[in-house]
Design a binder for this molecule. Structure first.
Ligand code: CA
Length: 239
């Protein structure tokens, strides 16, 4: 398995350790981002979604455990893999860390090789559980999406979408309740395609609303956030 493009966020206040982790993961072709504390990490997560977080337990401000709990309580980060680091090798910390929702635990000092091995193991586990649960379908209230057959049902009716509209909808629901900028949508849904502009996103959003919203002039699911972008409001599906 290639690591290329797998993104890892390192949350650690000690620059030397951060650099050590960054260097060793970059050697393995992971894309590494760094945060010095919990606040920076939360800001980063508003813009980007890493495949895994390496989280130091002892941080200034929000502690690693507090941050872990916040992430687990949010739908968009609830399943984000977390490797917790700590200076204390006590068994109690391990239990607390895992109870708070960390996927694994690595006491300091650790060998870079061990750290990379743990990261790989967690990613492998999360990938196999993702493909098991992400494959079949999205089914919430009035919206049903079959990701394998590309069928979409809104209020029980089969809806016709183009491939791009489908991919846009899929990305929106998989990132429900998150604010997504036009650039982000362009990047994730259209990838490296040329001849697309932020306008392209607006046009597709309009078509998608026509197809799935009850009243596309008063959208309830796909919301516009003026000057920012769009958001899929999952709560509205149950209304
Ligand atoms: Ca620390």
């Amino acid at each position: 398995m290639s690591n290329t493009g797998q993104k890892i966020l390192v949350v650690e206040d000690e620059p030397d350790i951060r650099k050590l982790i960054q260097y060793n993961l970059a050697q393995e072709r992971f894309k590494v981002s760094e945060a010095e504390d919990g606040e920076q990490a939360l800001k980063f997560l508003q813009r980007d979604k890493p495949n895994l977080i390496i989280l130091d337990l002892m941080l200034p401000g929000l502690s690693g455990l507090e941050l872990c709990k916040i992430l687990r309580d949010r739908p968009d980060t609830a399943h984000l893999p977390i490797l917790m680091l700590t200076a204390k090798a006590g068994e109690a910390d391990k239990v607390v860390g895992l109870e708070m929702g960390a996927d694994d635990y690595l006491p300091k000092p650790f060998s870079p090789r061990e750290m990379v091995a743990r990261v790989r193991a967690i990613l492998r586990r999360s990938e196999s559980s993702n493909s098991a649960e992400a494959a079949p379908a999205y089914d919430k209230g009035e919206l049903k999406i079959d990701f394998r057959t590309y069928e979409v049902f809104a209020r029980g009716q089969l809806v016709k979408l183009t491939l791009k509209e489908f991919e846009l909808l899929r990305y929106l629901v998989q990132n429900s309740n998150r604010v997504l900028s036009r650039d982000q949508l362009l990047d994730r849904v259209w990838g490296g395609e040329t001849f697309v502009t932020p306008r392209t996103v607006d046009v597709h959003i309009r078509r998608l609303r026509k197809a799935v919203e009850k009243d596309d002039r008063k959208p309830r699911w796909i919301l516009t956030l003026r000057g920012v972008g769009y958001k899929f409001d999952e709560k509205a599906l149950a209304e």
